[in-house]
Design a protein around this ligand. Structure first.
Ligand SMILES: [Zn+2]
Ligand SMILES: [Zn+2]
Length: 137
């Protein structure tokens, strides 16, 4: 896979990734709706040390329903969502698919928090879904 690059809408924040994604998913949770303004967010997870971000992001941290802390980072100029971290997965940094220069470069393999999905938010029906976040292993 080629190097993944991306930016926010205004271009003040850019990133490059030196690794392939560990996995990619759709998340239909309430916080992803509120932060994206859409029915779900699509993101790919990478080893955090492989992601180089230029420009300054602003972060918003909130508790997840499993007791972890989720941190969503965005451009303070245009508000574009860039990345996501969870205290439950240290060393992981997820990048939003929509911020990638080529969002088609990643392949989501699951939809999580499907129990929160909105009826009009249709995804590939062949994708597995999970009611929350499944244990990984
Ligand atoms: Zn921006
Ligand atoms: Zn979510």
């Amino acid at each position: 896979m080629g190097k993944i690059t991306g930016s926010c809408q205004c271009g003040a924040v850019r990133y490059e990734v030196e690794a392939d994604p560990m996995f990619a998913l759709h998340c239909q949770c309430l916080d992803c709706k509120k932060s994206s303004g859409a029915g779900h967010i699509t993101a790919a997870a990478f080893p955090a040390e492989a992601v180089r971000v230029t420009g300054t992001t602003k972060a918003f941290a909130s508790p997840t329903d499993s007791g972890a802390t989720a941190t969503r980072e965005f451009c303070p100029e245009c508000g574009g969502r860039i990345s996501f971290r969870s205290s439950a997965m240290p060393g992981m940094l997820a990048l939003t698919a929509g911020s990638m220069d080529d969002p088609g470069a990643i392949t989501p393999v699951i939809a999580v928090y499907h129990k929160r999905h909105v009826a009009w938010d249709h995804l590939d029906p062949s994708l597995p879904v999970a009611d929350t976040v499944p244990p990984r292993g």
